[in-house]
Design a protein around this ligand. Structure first.
Ligand SMILES: [Zn+2]
Length: 477
């Protein structure tokens, strides 16, 4: 058999009014071919009846001799012309009848399934398709995406992809000179999800995976370090902690206490998350904190690390957190502190605390104050693995801190071993006193005005070998 293909390149299409119904089957075959995958769908195939003298009449029956001249094109290229015919059953009950949906095309001197023609002429391109095509493909293919059947790590990759492409929300905006929160939620967490924040409301599992990415971070994410608190003052640190504590993680069904018993358990977990990790269904965003950067003023530094020199411990303190708050953050793995700025303006501020820490120039002694802060810090932060301090007055001070920290860490190892021994001998426990939440001051009222307690320690007078003032401001005298 021979088929002549002789088309004129211009005016090649028959008007739709004379299209034979068989064309619909060819279009269906093209559509079926394209629905195979998103990359197949990415290649449009337009099917038209070609203008050709041998084409059958609109009403012609489909029989064994039926053939239709068709142009296929995908916009931007010239049409590819081909002769199509229905596949006819050669044997069996339907012998001589057209097999519905089975279209053949003349290719290299024989009729082959149309699919083979498409594969040769309209192959899918390599590489990812545009979002729009993906969207259209899913709309057209009648299938549902089996999200729940995916392994967790694949789900994680997908959510990470959303987070990765999501520009972070602005956390703060200046408004008439005042700093105001833009987001009512917890921008430290929600900001990482950007416009994908609604992932947190999809399901427990999606919420769990999304929060884990926000908390723990990943080297593939813009926020690689996970949930970090960057606070330029103790007050702003307190605000962050309080804000995050208001948001429950809600990653399990029974995360909300419903009776007195579960409310008690929640309080217990919040106070001692390290002792009761199995109650972590009550965790808040706070418990996801991985890293803290905190900048301290002199007075805040002395309070934060509970310095007791002289009568300092007896002075009423403002209600700000102290280092014990770290005990309530079970996943904390890095602490960075900026020591108070020794070169800054050094003067007592009695509005918050009626204790004098600055002797007055030229005898202000920031070195002594730094030492009080970091000596206490070295001791109380010994259990924490990654602790850094910046802002020392000189390298000697930094070395001094590092060696104090080493001593404290070694002592801690010994203490831990002794404790183990103690437990082995007594086989008992240590009775807990009053229920105290670490780092949170009890609700004492310190509002009343108090006199400055006279003290021969405070304010420390600079007796350094070279006066601090000269070290810090060598050109001022
Ligand atoms: Zn000094």
């Amino acid at each position: 058999m021979s088929v002549s293909i002789n088309f004129s390149p211009s005016a090649w299409q028959d008007p739709p009014s004379v299209h034979h119904p068989f064309l619909t089957q060819i279009r269906e075959a093209a559509s079926k071919y394209r629905l195979q995958s998103a990359s197949h769908f990415n290649i449009p195939i337009d099917v038209c009846q070609a203008a050709h003298a041998s084409n059958p009449d609109l009403l012609a029956d489909i029989d064994t001799d039926f053939m239709l001249y068709v142009g296929f094109h995908n916009f931007g290229t010239n049409p590819i012309f081909a002769v199509c015919r229905p596949k006819i059953a050669r044997r069996g009950r339907d012998k001589g009848k057209f097999i519905r949906g089975a279209v053949q095309v003349w290719l290299r001197n024989k009729f082959v399934p149309l699919l083979r023609f498409f594969e040769a002429e309209f192959p899918p391109l390599d590489g990812p398709v545009a979002d729009e095509i993906m969207y259209q493909w899913w709309n057209a293919n009648g299938r549902t995406f089996n999200w729940t059947g995916l392994p967790t790590e694949v789900k994680e990759r997908i959510l990470m992809f959303c987070m990765h492409r999501s520009p972070p929300l602005p956390i703060q905006k200046k408004s008439r000179g005042r700093v105001r929160q833009v987001s009512k939620g917890a921008p430290e967490v929600v900001g990482q999800l950007g416009k994908w924040a609604s992932l947190l409301t999809v399901s427990h599992q999606v919420r769990t995976i999304s929060l884990r990415l926000c908390f723990a971070g990943s080297s593939d994410l813009e926020f690689g370090n996970g949930l970090c608190i960057v606070a330029e003052s103790l007050y702003s640190f307190k605000r962050s902690i309080r804000r995050l504590a208001k948001h429950r993680q809600l990653t399990e069904g029974d995360s909300i206490p419903t009776d007195d018993k579960s409310r008690e358990l929640e309080i217990l977990y919040n106070a001692f998350p390290q002792i009761y990790p199995h109650l972590d269904r009550f965790a808040t965003f706070n418990h996801g904190i991985r890293k803290i950067y905190l900048q301290l003023s002199f007075i805040d530094g002395l309070n934060f690390f509970k310095v007791t020199a002289g009568s300092f411990a007896q002075h009423p303190k403002p209600r700000l957190p102290n280092y014990e708050v770290f005990e309530t953050l079970p996943h904390l793995n890095e602490l960075i502190f900026k020591l108070p700025d020794a070169t800054g303006y050094l003067e007592d501020d009695f509005r918050n605390q009626r204790v004098s820490i600055f002797y007055g120039e030229p005898f202000n002694c920031p070195r002594t104050l730094h030492r009080l802060i970091y000596e206490s810090a070295a001791k109380v932060l010994a259990p924490y693995k990654a602790v850094k301090f910046h802002g020392f007055m000189d390298e000697d001070e930094e070395d001094r801190f590092l060696s104090l920290r080493n001593v404290a860490k070694n002592e801690l190892i010994i203490t831990t071993e002794e404790l183990k021994e103690l437990y082995k001998d007594e086989a008992g426990g240590i009775e807990l006193g009053e229920n105290v939440i670490p780092g949170v001051e009890k609700e004492h009222v310190y509002e009343e005005e108090r006199e400055i307690i006279p003290d021969d320690f405070w304010p420390p007078k600079c007796r350094c070998e070279i006066l601090c003032r000269e070290v810090l401001h060598p050109n001022s005298n």
